[in-house]
Design a binder for this molecule. Structure first.
Ligand code: KE4
Length: 433
């Protein structure tokens, strides 16, 4: 008789107290089925649930834990900082130091404002772009996610270049119609939008998409987006909440050599504590209150603990060899996963950029939402649970990126590839009956 897991008991109680039993929807395992594991602790490349089961973790809190969990230097710095007070609502040297770290690392950022989440960063960046240009319309891309700001919970209208429709109850149609949604990796579609509309304030894009699963830009695509926005007086917002300091110290914009007008950041720059940020040229950023008229504020913006964890993390990422280590481990991992699937005849397409990756259960290249969406959610769910049983914790959704940290040693990668081989064989056997 299977013992009831403590996670099941906690989930039953959580559902009574918290909508869906979670404080962020993806955690509820609805994309893969089953009971979410309630995590008690984590260290390095592993997490441990309330039933004492330890898993090799490839979610990494959805990106922030690039050093690995409970990094000793981060924890020690936080303990010292907390002993001195956790929040003052007043400026601190820590904020100046983290701003300097970001400015030194990200070429297009001369000034930066700290906030407390990626959502705050993107909704503030959009307000900034609208305020600076005096325009209202916004362009986003199918399959890209930029947090839950009203202007961004919008789906494509019928046909390209048409006005958006709310993608969630509570989003006013009057607001949604200012957001136009086009396919990613399709420069002609974006060109068509500019042919129809001459009042676009901003284009916001995940330069490497993580939120439909990992989907890289095709050759020349980001250059086309940059050229079209510049030609039309539209500001280009690179949403690097996930890719910032992940793909390179200067993010995707360093990797692809594109200079956006505004960059949003989050996740890694807080080292696992609540954080977001947006930055750009002095000319643009000095429009933000109190320097300028565009309002934005936050009680815990730049709080000492997030700044402390962020500073330790970003200072460790100054050594560019860390990205070689992350990329090599990730390459070996994805080569092993791909080989494991093909050896048992399961069709997967793996997209990887640096240390973010996704195994799509499909037999065609995944280059946008339309192709991503044709992947088998059912097969992904089976793989997810087979890997969970093997002690590997993947993203509980086909449409998320997975992450490798500096704590994922060769041995951890080797264990994961072996676990995947067993998981693929298990799925194949199950499919035969
Ligand atoms: P937050 O508000 O969740 O800090 O950031 C929103 C956001 C903005 N931009 C990008 C590119 C993002 O990936 C995110 C948040 N990412 C998701 C993972 N797909 C967070 C996980 C969750 O929603 O629980």
């Amino acid at each position: 008789m299977l013992l009831r897991m403590r996670s099941e008991d906690l989930f039953s109680k959580a559902i009574e107290l918290i909508p869906g039993g979670v404080n962020s929807p993806v955690r509820a395992f609805r994309g893969v089925g089953g009971t979410p594991r309630f995590i008690k602790s984590a260290r390095g490349a592993t997490i441990t649930d309330v039933d004492g089961r330890t898993y090799i973790d490839y979610v990494g809190s959805w990106g922030p834990m690039i050093l690995g969990h409970a990094d000793e230097e981060v924890v020690a710095a936080l303990q010292e900082a907390a002993a001195g007070g956790t929040s003052f609502g007043a400026p601190t040297e820590l904020e100046v130091n983290l701003a300097q770290e970001v400015v030194d690392a990200v070429p297009s950022i001369e000034m930066v404002r700290m906030v407390s989440s990626g959502t705050e960063a993107t909704l503030s960046a959009i307000r900034l772009a609208r305020g600076v240009t005096g325009r209202t319309k916004l362009v986003k891309f199918e399959g890209c996610y930029h947090g839950h700001g009203d202007s961004l919970l919008v789906k494509a209208g019928s046909g390209v270049a048409t006005l958006g429709l709310p993608d969630s109850p509570g989003v006013p149609a009057a607001l949604a119609q200012n957001t136009i949604t086009v396919p990613f990796n399709n420069a002609a579609a974006l060109e068509g939008v500019f042919a129809e509309h001459n009042d676009i304030a901003a284009v916001i894009i995940e330069p490497v998409v993580g939120n439909m699963g990992c989907v890289p830009p095709q050759a020349g695509y980001l250059e086309s987006v940059r050229k079209l926005t510049k030609a039309n007086g539209t500001l280009l917002i690179f949403d690097e909440v996930m890719t910032g300091f992940r793909l390179a110290r200067g993010g995707a914009q360093e990797l692809y050599g594109i200079s956006p007008d505004i960059t949003t950041l989050g996740k890694i720059i807080g080292g696992g504590l609540p954080v977001g940020a947006y930055g750009g040229s002095r000319e643009i950023m000095n429009n933000i209150a109190p320097a300028g008229p565009i309002y934005q504020a936050g009680t815990l913006s730049g709080n000492p603990l997030s700044m402390t964890a962020g500073l330790v993390t970003l200072r460790r990422l100054r050594d560019k060899s860390v990205y070689e280590q992350l990329n090599n481990a990730s390459r070996r991992l994805c080569e092993g996963l791909s080989a494991g699937a093909s050896e048992v005849g399961i069709k997967t397409e793996i997209n990887r950029v640096g240390s973010m990756w996704t195994s799509f259960f499909t037999d065609e290249p995944v280059t946008n939402w339309e192709t991503a969406n044709r992947s088998s959610r059912e097969q992904y769910g089976k793989f997810f649970h087979a890997m969970l049983e093997e002690g590997v914790y993947l993203a509980p959704s086909q449409f998320e990126a997975a992450f490798v940290s500096l704590a994922h040693t060769d041995d951890i990668v080797y264990q994961t590839v072996n676990a995947a081989r067993s998981a693929f064989e298990k799925i194949k056997r199950a499919d035969r009956y």
